[in-house]
Design a protein around this ligand. Structure first.
Ligand SMILES: [Zn+2]
Length: 158
């Protein structure tokens, strides 16, 4: 982004290990009107998530308000663990497809837990009032996320 590369695209994917870059991607592609698929896994490789910043939907700062003041780079050199990466990767590919073609997706945030019996959770999020990133992008009346309808894996037939 800092190199001035043409960033026009139909969907962006952000799979970095730090919040400053995620927030930069959030703001940059929001400005361009491009959806962003964010992916992350925990350092212990038990948890991962995919968040889709749809055009007009909640931004990364809406969903992760604590990330706004974070300048940490949390990956401690942990080796990539194939099982969680493959699982999160498959959810991300589905999310990308849903941004490019009419594949149904009624969630914007989906997380998976390998160490838990309740291994999957999906949420449909909305912009959150008071999000500093949204306010920065569109002024004090800009959009911000709140959980609208938690969804379980039982209604995953969409
Ligand atoms: Zn926001």
């Amino acid at each position: 982004m800092g190199l001035g590369v043409d960033l026009q695209c139909h969907v962006a994917v952000c799979g970095v290990d730090n919040n400053p870059t995620r927030l930069l991607a959030s703001r940059t592609f929001r400005r361009l009107g491009v959806p962003v698929v964010f992916t992350a896994v925990s350092a212990d490789a038990h948890h991962g998530y995919v968040f889709v910043q749809d055009v007009g939907g909640p931004c990364f700062g809406c969903v992760f308000p604590d990330a706004i003041d974070s300048d940490t780079y949390p990956c401690p050199g942990t080796p990539a663990i194939a099982d969680i990466l493959q699982l999160v990767g498959s959810v991300a590919v589905y999310a990308i497809d849903s941004c490019l073609m009419p594949r149904p997706r009624n969630w914007s945030y989906r997380e998976v837990f390998l160490s838990d019996g309740f291994w999957d959770r999906s949420l449909r999020l909305e912009p959150k009032d008071g999000c500093l990133v949204c306010e920065m992008m569109s002024g004090p009346n800009g959009p911000n996320p709140q959980v609208v309808s938690p969804r379980t894996s039982d209604d995953s037939g969409v």
